[in-house]
Design a protein around this ligand. Sequence first.
Ligand code: SF4
Length: 356
Amino acid sequence: MPDLADVAAALAPAFSSKLVHWQESHGRHSLPWQNTRDPYRVWLSEIMLQQTQVATVLEYYARFLKRFPTVADLAAARSDEVLGLWSGLGYYSRARNLHRCAQDVVELHGGQFPQTAELLQTLPGIGPSTAAAVASFCFSERVAILDGNVKRVLTRLTAFSGDLASSAQERILLGLATELLPRRRLREDMPRYTQGIMDLGATICTSRQPSCLLCPVQDLCRGLASGAPERFPVKTRKLKRSVLPLSLLWAERADGAVWLERRAATGIWGGLYCFPVFSDEDALLAALPARLQGHLQAVPPFVHVLTHKDLRLSPMRLVLSARQAMALQLAGEGAWFGRADWTVLGLPAPIRKLLA
Ligand code: SF4
């Protein structure tokens, strides 16, 4: 059986040129973060697209750019405002890193993004794939991205049967991905190639039922030749899920204001404004004066799904008069927020849903 590196070397010229031509004629061209070499816009879209569908990102991307047209505007913003605009996209560490990254670009790099993947990775929240995307799209660096879509295309193309649960196998695949990059030094080739492999994974080489008949590299694809391209990629480790029960105190004043506390910067919903959170109902009751406990109303519990965890949320609602509200003393630092205030704050999605 030929060595995988030899396979990649043999495939490289035809693969990259077919992909570049296909992208030109059949790839995606109309997304708002395409057709630009502005690293701020490319970086913003790459961070938003992690774990989030294109359709959802479109709206947030436009809103962010309207409010923060440049990296300097984002760097100068208050973190509350950044988290507020991010609210609903989830994975809030992305928003916190986004803000810190913008500040570093301004403070450490004079407002200009570094131009190599290696330097880009020194910034907060920029991993190898995002760095490679920015460097290849904006600066034509010959560097490979390896996100989920790209892994699928490349493992099928080369019939790569290594288990991607192993980091050693991932490194081998990265080597293949680098070997397959275009050799020509044309300025347009790297951006088109990078976009092409992303487009192919997103629209043709999909995880279920890939459209191999429409694929520009079907004649090169060893996975297709094997008769079962969906066998690739191989990844054995399953995410271990856990369940975390939490009780939420939904304290509301007669005028509709709600009590919100800012969560610690790390952990679930880090940095967001939230109802007070307790490990269980007993802990919630213990935080309240006895005379208010009788006013609590249980709200039907529900499950909120995170990547590795299911949150089983049990809200308890407490509607208070203005006088009772003044007497409410909770351990955490918080305040009463009227509707006009909380609609622009960064709130966890399930809290926003409850309030809506
Ligand atoms: Fe994917 Fe099929 Fe194309 Fe192979 S031929 S890269 S399996 S779409």
